[in-house]
Design a protein around this ligand. Structure first.
Ligand SMILES: NC(=O)c1ccc[n+]([C@@H]2O[C@H](COP(=O)([O-])OP(=O)(O)OC[C@H]3O[C@@H](n4cnc5c(N)ncnc54)[C@H](OP(=O)(O)O)[C@@H]3O)[C@@H](O)[C@H]2O)c1
Length: 298
């Protein structure tokens, strides 16, 4: 398949591109800089230069492809409106380009605030609709295109896609612990995070693209259902040789900055349906193994 992928140079995207190329697919990645374009070419992928704000370019990239994976995200957590607008715009552009074609459209999504207090399943619809909701309501918008002849499959990634080189939430928590001199959790630290190793997440993207799941499916790239944030703080404390403490919820904003909103959230998720549909068995290290391996503290 000729696959157009946005976010191809990102943490998950670069793993997904390697997976797709190794499986014999041809990949064209969206690149907004020379460095990103060079990185893609070095791996054997083609390049479409462009930005998330260039919706004409995204539409053209999608129209030229047999399948589309959308992983790019501005991740401007201080400005959710900017993120939401870009996300919704890209989903709309890709959906319109693929309408009527029954070609696969794999969309990255998340688990934040989907079913707080219990593990989300793949049957739980996203409660987010419209541009002012989480991720601009992109998940529901992408699924609406199924009726218009797009083979949308949503992949909700665990809140930590971990591994050596992870620039995401775990690195943010390590940085916060270093800055504060303590590794902290919020309140009792009983809220849980699902987790998946990066390689296993990349494999979910490939399998989703290869139409192992029917159009309209929601998949969970979650190898571990839910790790209490207290356990995460304790592992980071071990790794950095720092004390571990609880921070009251009303002081967590000052302690963790923008991360607070996510670190205090309960984001557990099952993946039984995903495993069954894709034949996916995660094989990478667990979050605890990665946090104890030393790779987060260099
Ligand atoms: N990693 C996680 O733990 C996690 C968890 C849940 C959900 N997700 C979701 O999964 C998706 C992939 O995440 P990730 O961790 O791989 O993200 P990432 O490492 O931050 O990579 C983001 C990608 O988006 C591209 N990008 C950012 N702004 C862009 C713009 N204005 N125009 C074009 N491209 C732009 C980046 O390109 P450059 O290389 O040029 O910067 C990069 O390829 C995202 O939707 C994310 O929210 C991730």
């Amino acid at each position: 398949m000729q696959v157009f992928i946005t976010g191809a140079t990102g943490w998950i995207g670069s793993a997904a591109v390697s997976e797709l190329l190794a499986a014999g697919h041809e990949v064209t990645g969206l690149a907004r800089s020379d460095a990103s374009a060079d990185a893609l070419r070095a791996k054997g992928a083609r390049v479409r230069r462009g930005d998330l704000d260039d919706l004409g370019g995204i539409r053209a990239g999608a129209a030229d492809a047999d399948a589309v994976v959308h992983l790019a995200n501005k991740h401007d957590f201080a400005n959710p409106a900017v993120n939401n607008r870009a996300e919704r715009g890209a989903v709309q552009a890709i959906g319109e380009a693929l309408a009527g074609s029954h070609r696969p459209f794999v969309l990255a999504s998340g688990l934040a605030f989907v079913t707080p207090g219990r593990a989300a399943t793949e049957q739980d619809p996203s409660p987010f609709h419209g541009i002012d909701s989480m991720r601009g309501g992109g998940e529901n918008l992408a699924l609406e295109f199924v009726e218009r002849g797009v083979n949308t499959v949503v992949v909700r990634f665990a809140p930590t896609v971990h591994g050596d080189g992870d620039p995401g939430f775990m690195s943010g928590l390590v940085a916060a612990a270093r800055a504060q001199g303590v590794s902290a959790y919020i309140g009792e630290g009983a809220n849980r995070w699902a987790a998946v190793h990066r390689g296993d997440a990349g494999r979910v993207v490939r399998l989703a693209l290869e139409e192992k799941a029917p159009a309209g499916s929601i998949l969970h790239a979650a190898a571990e259902t839910g790790i209490p944030t207290r356990d995460i703080a304790e592992a980071i404390g071990r790794g950095l040789g720092l004390p571990v403490t609880s921070v009251p919820a009303d002081q967590a904003g000052a302690h963790f900055g923008w991360l607070n909103k996510f670190y205090g959230a309960d984001m557990a998720a099952d993946s039984d349906v995903t495993r069954a549909l894709l034949g996916w068995t995660p094989g990478g290290p667990t979050l605890a193994e990665d946090l104890d391996s030393g790779c987060y503290y260099r």
